[in-house]
Design a protein around this ligand. Structure first.
Ligand code: T46
Length: 134
């Protein structure tokens, strides 16, 4: 499984940093939704699902967290700790988020609106779906 970490360019001057994100440019799809995960419980993991169609980019705006990506064969852990890096989370990839720092703000950019029917929240079922797609 290839981990796709996007590098974002920031503009820095004596006033501070500015980092633009643009649909179909440094974000590789048309943006339909943004959400933030914050004030997380360090001991609790989140996610534990795959999306059937949704593609997303996760950016840790402050603090740090770990995202686990699993394609049914390989499982990789990716640490996020910079707004300059965006983790592309493709459809049909199982994801878990854990080890949130107290100040972590995880911003997620999505290519579609929220739709619970796009979630597969059962790992066994997810593996079965992968077999069907082969
Ligand atoms: C994902 C990972 C990275 C909404 O009503 N609208 C939304 O746009 C979202 C994202 C969630 N919700 C509701 C659904 C649940 O009742 O918020 C509640 C918590 O969602 P969930 O348990 O799915 O949260 P996470 O952190 O496990 O997963 C989230 C996203 O849902 C998911 O798409 O890929 O972050």
């Amino acid at each position: 499984m290839e981990v796709k970490l996007l590098d974002f360019t920031e503009f820095v001057d004596k006033r501070g940093h500015l980092l633009p994100l643009e649909a179909n440019k440094n974000i590789p799809f048309k943006i339909k939704r943004l959400y933030f995960i914050y004030s997380t419980n360090k001991k609790m993991s989140r996610g534990f699902h795959a999306h059937k169609k949704l593609m997303q980019v996760a950016i840790c705006i402050t603090g740090y967290c770990t995202i686990v990506l699993d394609d049914g064969q390989v499982r990789k852990e990716i640490g996020l700790n910079s707004p300059k890096k965006g983790l592309l989370i493709d459809k049909m990839i199982w994801r878990e988020m854990k080890d949130f720092s107290k100040n972590c703000v995880l911003m997620v950019i999505a290519d579609d609106y929220y739709d619970e029917s796009d979630y597969n929240r059962d790992y066994g079922n997810y593996l079965e779906m992968l077999k069907w797609l082969k």
